[in-house]
Design a binder for this molecule. Structure first.
Ligand code: NDP
Length: 331
């Protein structure tokens, strides 16, 4: 038997464990050309909250009573395919199941054994790729510029900051605890940090931490923090709308500052970014991230929860800021 996690009901506000249901199914039989996969690490990501809404988006919504899915690292435990052998490891978009069959199409075979398997869900997976490719395509950092990033201690944000340092920028991070601020400075080399939960005036604190203004703002959170960042941008600033976790659980989108005056005055560029649009650049990007990793120019954090039963809880914990770096579950 194999466990499966389905969406029982669409969350209203912050997701709760009661929104998910555990079911069991028989271990599937595989046919010619198919493989049987056992999940090893399951990625839980903020964007999955969007897929729990019944709304059109760049990726279709999850269906009620059907399995959820995310990036998973899995082991091939049986193979009737010429492309995979028993014992191979793969990463790809897979269902939240302990065991599942697959044709292998679209899966990435993991061949580099020098990095831990879980890294393919973080630094060498979609979050590392997001940080790198959004900076390459929109941020276009120049040496000496100031880069501000929110969600700075998270999977995407911590990589963004380190790439900023590699490119010779002043890097300032925004995160939700003093421990996270100390950590991004000591481990990842951020020049300064702001705790958005304890600051009395985030706009002024950004101004103090960015005395030359903000050239690139990498936005992972949206909301009031975006408004405060926008009041500190320089001429020709680039603003990357990567995520908006501060509004993902809101049933009504909160109203904020009008940005058009600033955008015109500063001749700024603000652009949304979806990593999947850049799939043709993934292999080159992984090569670059892997080489920085090997040279110790990039470090990464993981917050690992243990056990398949804890996947929904780990997902909910992201919205409580319980993770540093990539949140994932070791099955
Ligand atoms: P993180 O590892 O950064 O985890 C999310 C973090 O967000 C939490 O740890 C928490 O840290 C912070 N957070 C939670 N609630 C709030 C809030 N209300 N206001 C401000 N911060 C909050 O997640 P990822 O690195 O996986 O993702 C970061 C962002 O990037 C998300 O918005 C995600 O949707 C987006 N993303 C976008 C992609 C794309 O292609 N566009 C691809 C991948 C991710 P803290 O303690 O600091 O509050």
């Amino acid at each position: 038997m194999s466990k499966v996690i389905t969406l029982k009901e669409r969350p209203s506000g912050k997701p709760e464990e009661k929104n998910f249901e555990f079911k069991t199914e028989d271990k599937p039989e595989i046919g010619e050309g198919e493989i049987l996969l056992e999940s090893k690490y399951i990625s839980v990501d903020p964007y999955l909250r969007g897929r729990m809404r019944d709304e059109d988006s760049y990726i279709p919504p999850f269906k009620i009573d059907e399995p959820l899915a995310s990036m998973v690292v899995a082991e091939v435990i049986e193979s009737k395919s010429n492309d995979f052998e028993k014992g191979d490891h793969v990463s790809g978009m897979l269902d939240w199941k302990e065991i599942q069959k697959h044709t292998g199409e679209g899966l990435n075979k993991i061949t580099n054994k020098d990095v831990p398997l879980s890294a393919y869900l973080g630094i060498l997976g979609l979050t590392g790729l997001t940080a790198y490719l959004a900076l390459e395509t929109i941020g276009k950092l120049k040496e000496g510029e100031t880069l501000l990033v929110s969600g700075a201690a998270g999977a995407v944000g911590s990589v963004v900051g380190q790439i900023g340092k590699i490119k010779g920028c002043r890097v300032v991070g925004i995160a939700g605890t003093d421990e996270k601020i100390d950590h991004i400075k000591s481990k990842f080399g951020f020049d300064a940090g702001i705790n958005y939960k304890t600051t009395e005036n985030i706009k002024e604190d950004i101004a103090k931490a960015c005395p030359d203004g903000v050239d690139v703002y990498f936005d992972n959170v949206g909301g009031d923090i975006l408004d405060a960042a926008m009041q500190n941008i320089n001429d020709f600033a680039r603003i990357i709308n990567c995520g908006a976790i501060s509004i993902y659980n809101k049933e009504e989108v909160p109203k904020g500052m009008r940005l058009e005056g600033i955008m015109v005055k500063k001749r700024a560029l603000m652009q949304g970014f979806i990593v999947r649009d850049h799939a043709d650049q993934f292999q080159d990007a992984i090569k670059q991230l892997g080489s920085w990793l090997a040279d110790d120019k990039l470090k990464f954090d993981e917050t690992k929860r243990e056990g398949f039963d804890n996947v929904p809880k780990a997902f909910i914990e992201i919205f409580e800021g319980k993770n540093t770096g990539k949140m994932l579950v070791k099955v």
